[in-house]
Design a protein around this ligand. Sequence first.
Ligand SMILES: [Zn+2]
Length: 246
Amino acid sequence: MQHNVLVGNSAVGRAGLGSFPKPRYDKARGREKRQMVQDEVRAEVEEDRRIKMVAMYQQGAWTRWEHAEQCKVTWSELWRREPQHIKFLIQSVYDVLPSPTNLLCWGLSDTAACQLCNKRGTLEHILSCCPKALSEGRYRWRHDQVLRALADIVSTAIINCKYQHTPKKSITFVRAGEMAQQRQSPPGGLLNTAQDWKLQVDLGRQLKFPEYILSTSLRPDMVITSDASKQVVLVELTVPWEDRME
Ligand SMILES: [Zn+2]
């Protein structure tokens, strides 16, 4: 902490000097001072923990999940969940589930082959990319659970959307030497640009792409159409393995 006082407040990014003032250790007193020391110790322990995790290829896989949302499990969720769910969650994060490769590694099996397709049965293969399991629709349930949640949010957003009719703007030319004026997009995003949105989701019965727009046998997971404003929104959902999120 004393060293930090000597170094001073260093600038971060493009922000100007002193944009992010930090409390100074030599000026802090009492509770604040204790808090600063505690934070420093915590950060150091966390750093050690991270170094250890990064060094462990298998159990530290989560350190490579660049764009994964954090899953914060609260106590109340923890005691409401079934014990085997918690067990599965933790074992899958640290890759210690009895996948064929792990069973071979632990000496409990003679082969690391996937029972369905005979490729190497890693956890990633079993949970996310076995071609046979994919064609049999074994991943479908998980995909549809996510799609259902997504569809709920979109349909609520459609009900709550505040449509404001804005007359079509003509092109505004800018004279040489003058500054262009920023156009303001309608607040609240795309859904506020029309009021006759129709939502179709590929759940339950098969989605059929509206034929008066295009005749096709392809079907996205979600189609949102507005006839009045001539807009079509397609949503294709992929539930990937965390390492491939990006
Ligand atoms: Zn397989």
